[in-house]
Structure formats: C-alpha cells, structure tokens
Design a protein around this ligand. Structure first.
Ligand SMILES: C[S@@+](CC[C@H](N)C(=O)[O-])C[C@H]1O[C@@H](n2cnc3c(N)ncnc32)[C@H](O)[C@@H]1O
Length: 269
C-alpha cells in the first residue's frame, strides 16, 4: 500500500495522533506515541503493534525505516508522510524526531509475575512523576529485571514524558498494573522474597544479591511506602546516606537497589 501524504494539522488522522499527548486521548485510543526510528523498530521487534508510522518527508530511506514500514503495514497499520513542520506539531516540540509511531498499549496480568531462579521484579507504589517512572523502567531493563509492577494510583506509564524517559526500555520491560489489595493478595502466594526500601529500614543493600526470586518494592515520592505494604516485606532496606540528608530520588534509589540485587541470573556485562 502506498504511503499517505497529509499536509494539514486539521486532518482527523493528525488530530487523533496529536490527542495521544493527553491521558484522555491515550485511554480512548488505547495507544501511545513512540519517538525515533530506533525505538520504533525495537518496539516492532519486541512484538508491539505499530498502528501508524508517521515519517517526516526529509527522512532518508534506509533498511531500518523499511523494516518499520513493513512492521506497520503487516500489522494492518498505515504509513503517513508529513512535513517537518507538521511533525513538530505532532511532537509538540522543536527538533522533533523524524519518525513517530502510534503503538498499541499493552500491560500484563499479575499472574505473569513468575518466580524462576534469579527472577527480579520491581514494584512501585503510587509513583507520581513520569520522569521517575521512565528512569526506573530504563534501570529495570539495564539490570535485567523481568518487569515492573505498578501498584495503586500511578502516573500514566504511556505518557509522552514517561515513554521518553524510558529511552526505549518500555518495549522490553513488561508492565503490570494492580491496586494495593490485589498486590497484597498476590504477595501472599509469592514464593520468593519481597525486599522493601524504607528510610527507617534496619538493613543495608550489601549482601542482598542472591538467586532467590525477588520483588524490589519502592515507595511513593512524597509518602514512601504505606505501613500496610511495608508490613508485607520480608526485609526493609535503607540505603546509607549522610546524616541529615533527606532521602534519595526514587529513580536513583531504585538504580542503587537494582545494582545491589541484580546478577542472580547472571548476564550483566
Ligand atoms: C523520595 S523517597 C520518599 C521519601 C519519603 N518522605 C519517606 O519518608 O519515605 C521515595 C522512595 O525512594 C526510596 N528511597 C529514597 N531514599 C532511600 C534510602 N536512603 N533508602 C532506601 N530507600 C530510599 C524509597 O523507596 C522511598 O519510598
């Protein structure tokens, strides 16, 4: 099928794509925006469904672009060519990438959180900041975590800011969404350990690395872990800080903890 050329921001298709910058638009369309050819191709290779591929008319053709085009067309999607100016309006920023894709949202059920040797999962309680969530996804990917469990009222993981902050990792890290009650019920039959992080935790991160299946549980940016969830942890860990320091940023603390825990299954270089 030939690519569609669209020149007007008033075109309904462009309006629908621009609406994906809003939470309402993402919910209604069950889709999100991914920017940059490399990230789009990685999404396609990881099995995500590309519904629309928007390509700026100055983008030069390449085998990778052709791979993204075919992935979109094979999934029944459409390839749209637009001017650089229209691309800027879609991305809502200057220096927009010359390839943007509309990708179908995907999350996994709690039942998919399985416990093999060295299995490492991250759970975030009520994470609010899209940059933090994206950075955690990026660290989870880098340290070989199997997925991220989002507990409670969290920021939208498919927001443009969150997706940007993952630097493409969103397509490699399965995401599970549940409320606190479902998490606690699931936790009761989790055969591994749950390592929580808390400013009053009695343990340190050293010595945590093990092949025991582990869920690393991180608290909300303002309130930390609520007591009922902290109680469900086998261990509560505090990362040592200078006396008087308030706390670490959530994403920074997660990266430190993942570094301390990762390696049970090997594979890091
Ligand atoms: C900004 S902190 C929350 C601070 C909050 N005022 C509190 O009292 O917990 C966000 C999350 O990062 C993690 N965190 C931050 N600093 C930490 C530290 N020194 N040790 C362990 N976890 C930490 C915890 O998971 C915490 O819930």
């Amino acid at each position: 099928m030939a690519d569609t050329v669209i020149t007007s921001a008033a075109n309904p298709e462009i309006k629908a794509i621009r609406a994906l910058s809003t939470k309402k638009g993402r919910q209604e369309q069950n889709a999100f925006l991914s920017e940059g050819l490399r990230h789009v191709v990685e999404a396609a290779r990881a099995g995500w469904m590309i519904r629309r591929l928007v390509v700026a008319d100055q983008q030069t053709s390449s085998p990778v672009l052709e791979e993204a085009r075919l992935a979109c067309l094979d999934a029944g999607g459409r390839v749209i060519t637009v001017s650089g100016e229209l691309m800027t309006r879609i991305a809502r920023r200057d220096n927009a990438q010359s390839v943007i894709a509309v990708i179908e949202q995907k999350t996994s059920p709690l039942a998919s959180v399985t416990a093999g040797p060295g299995a490492l999962w991250v759970a975030l309680e009520s994470v609010r900041d899209p940059g933090n969530l994206g950075s955690v996804m990026r660290s989870a990917d880098a340290f070989g975590a199997r997925g991220v469990i989002l507990i409670g009222h969290t920021v939208d993981p498919f927001s443009v800011e969150a997706v940007r902050a993952t630097m493409g990792a969103i397509v490699n890290v399965p995401m599970i969404r549940c409320d606190a009650a479902a998490f606690l019920a699931w936790r009761a039959s989790w055969p591994g350990r749950v390592v929580g992080t808390h400013l009053a935790g009695p343990h340190r991160p050293e010595g945590l690395r093990a092949s025991t299946p582990t869920v690393l549980l991180m608290g909300n940016e303002q309130a930390g872990l609520p007591p009922e969830i902290a109680k469900a942890c086998d261990t509560l860990v505090r990362i040592p800080m200078r006396p008087g320091a308030d706390s670490l940023n959530l994403a920074a603390a997660t990266a430190i903890m993942l570094h301390a825990l990762a390696g049970g299954a090997g594979g890091l270089e």
